[in-house]
Design a protein around this ligand. Sequence first.
Ligand SMILES: Nc1nc2c(ncn2[C@@H]2O[C@H](COP(=O)(O)OP(=O)(O)OP(=O)(O)O)[C@@H](O)[C@H]2O)c(=O)[nH]1
Ligand SMILES: [Mg+2]
Length: 296
Amino acid sequence: MKSALVGIVGRPSAGKSSMMNRLCGAKISIVSPVPQTTRNRVRGILTRPGGQLVFMDTPGFHLSEKKFNLYMTDLVSVTLRDSDIVLYLVDGTRPFGEEERALLEKLRSSAKPCIIAINKSDQKGHSRKGHSWKEIRSSVAEALPGAPVHEVSALDGDGVEGLASALMAMAPEGDQLYPEEFYTDQEPEFRIAEIVREKAIAQTRAELPHALYVRLEDLEMSGDGERLQVRGFILVERESQKGIVVGRAGDKIRAIVSEAEQELRGIFPYPVDLDLRVKVDHDWRKRDPLLKRMIR
Ligand SMILES: Nc1nc2c(ncn2[C@@H]2O[C@H](COP(=O)(O)OP(=O)(O)OP(=O)(O)O)[C@@H](O)[C@H]2O)c(=O)[nH]1
Ligand SMILES: [Mg+2]
């Protein structure tokens, strides 16, 4: 059968996580309008008769010397190394820039088979000043000659079936890595923490784009085995940010809990009860041991 590890790479907010979710037909990786939402190599699995593709979503490739960012860029490099095929996602609504060129250089030196997908084709009609869809298409095609170019929309699914078939056709012969009913290999603890983080970003994104992370302390099935009780923390960098996550009279944290609990009901066969506190972890983005554990 066909079998491949497919690394999904691209700039922050290109729609990598949305595309992996769309390709696998399930919400696997969290999504937000804030760049650098994904911090891990999240796996999504697509099994069809005759083949299995294991996608690896990655953090957005961003040029910055900040420690936090360097860990994420490293993860992109490791993923390129481990991939059989690279799916390079380009945001068709943004001009081709420095980051795109730097990432293309990495792609070329990895020498991996690559498929280019220009995403957000639903926005094709709304071209911005100094930038057109046609220019993006010719820039990528020129930079990676020979790589097939697909135009797709993770939002409405346009072109995604064609992309999935092209990836499957490109995959080498190999063993099935996961049972066919699997669509991800995430541990429940990671999945719950990520969904909480997605809801927390959505509630606070204007004020705190990257400043928070989620740590779960305790997951325990209730005595009757019918509910999963989870205790944990949303951690921010500074005292002044705590109030933003808590909100006025606790309205934000309550919304985060209820939105996360609702989404989790669709994932686990039992309800998940979240007991979350907001805490300060000063300058957590500068601490190597934490970043090493977190970004992988
Ligand atoms: N219009 C449109 N928006 C899209 C499409 N795909 C993704 N988006 C939006 O683009 C934003 C970023 O999407 P993500 O899937 O989180 O992007 P990402 O590349 O995973 O981002 P990072 O993890 O931060 O690198 C979200 O607001 C998505 O809803 C698309 O095909 N069309
Ligand atoms: Mg992402």
